[in-house]
Design a protein around this ligand. Sequence first.
Ligand SMILES: [Zn+2]
Ligand SMILES: [Zn+2]
Length: 382
Amino acid sequence: MDGHQECSLLERLIEYRRELHEHPELSFKEYETAERIRAWLKEAGIPVVDSEIETAVIAEITGNQEGPTIALRADIDALPINEETGLPFASKREGVMHACGHDFHTAAMIGAAILLHAKKDKLKGKVLILFQPAEEIAQGAVALEKAGVLQDVEAIFGMHNKPDLPVGTIGVREGSLMASVDRFELDVYGIGGHAGIPDNTIDPIVVAGQIIVALQSIVSRNISSFHNAVISITQIHGGNTWNVIPGKVTMEGTVRTFQNEARELIPQLMKRTAEGIAAGFAARADFRWHPYLPVVNNDARFTEVIKEAAQNLDYTFVEAEQSPAGEDFAFYQTKIPGFFVWIGVGGEFDWHHPRYDLNEEALEVAANYFAELAMVYLENHE
Ligand SMILES: [Zn+2]
Ligand SMILES: [Zn+2]
C-alpha cells in the first residue's frame, strides 16, 4: 500500500471515530452505532452476517483461498459519564461518553476489515469481525456466544486501547491479563432478642465478625503464593437500634483474581468457612455467589503469531502489565482459545475518566495490526 492510501485510511478512520465519539450509546442501546457500522461496511463493499442481536454487527471477509475461520472483536458501547474533554467532537449526549475508547476499537476494526477485504486474494480462510454491544455491563459477549456466532470459529483476537503505552506499541502477555470480577452475598441468621440478655439469643453480629476475619485467611492460607486474589466485603448491615440484638446480618462484596483455578476455589472455601463458623455458634449462613466475569486468559499457543504480526509491521511489542479491571472478552475464551492485547494510544487519562482521550494515529496501528494478525494466522494454520 502506498503512502497516500495509508494516509487516507487514517483520515477515514479518524472521521469514523469522531462520529462515534460524538454519538455515544449505552450498553444494548447501540442502535445508531450499529447502523453507522453497517453503513460504513456497506460503503466498503464488506458483507454483514445477520445475528439475532439487534445492536451487534458481524462483518464477514471470506478469502479466495480455503482455510479456517477466525474472529476479531471490537466492543462498541459507551459509559454513563459526563464528558469533560472539551474536544470539538465531544459527546453530544449529556451523561454518555466513550470514556473507555470503544469508539476507537470500533473504528480501528472497520479499518482492519477494509484492509482484509483488499487482501481477499491472499486470505486463506474466513475472518469474522464482531462489533459487540454491551461490554461495559458484561453481557454482550455472552449474548453473541449464545446466538451461535462462534460456531465455526477456531480462534478469537481482541484488544483494549492502553493510554499509558505509546502509539506503535503492542502490549502482549501470555496467560492472565485481566482479572475475574465476581460478586457474593452472605447472610447470617441468628436469633434476635434483648441486648442485655444475650444468652437467650444467637447473636448474628458476633458470628458475622468471626466470619469476616476468617474469610480474610483464605487468600493468605489457601491460595498459592504464586497466585493472587482479593476478597473484599463492601457492605454489612445488621440491627437498627442500640438495645436489641438483631436476628440477621447481611453482607455483600467482591472477589478478584487472575487465575481461573483460584476463581473456582474461593467461593467453595467462602461457603464452607461461613457455614462452618455459623454452625459452630448454632447460627446459619447463607452464601450466594454471582459469577460476573472470568479471567482474560491468553492462549500461549498464539504468542508467536501475535508477536510475528507486530514484528512484520515494525511495531514494538512490550510485556503487557496486568490490569485488575475486567473485560467480557474473557467469555469467548471460555469457549474457544483467544488472545487479547493492549494497543498503545498515548493518552493522559485512564479508562472511564471524564477527560479520557487518545492519540488517533493509533487507529491505523490497530487496523494494520489486526489485519496482519489475521493474515499471518491463516497463512500458518491451513
Ligand atoms: Zn470500560
Ligand atoms: Zn473498555
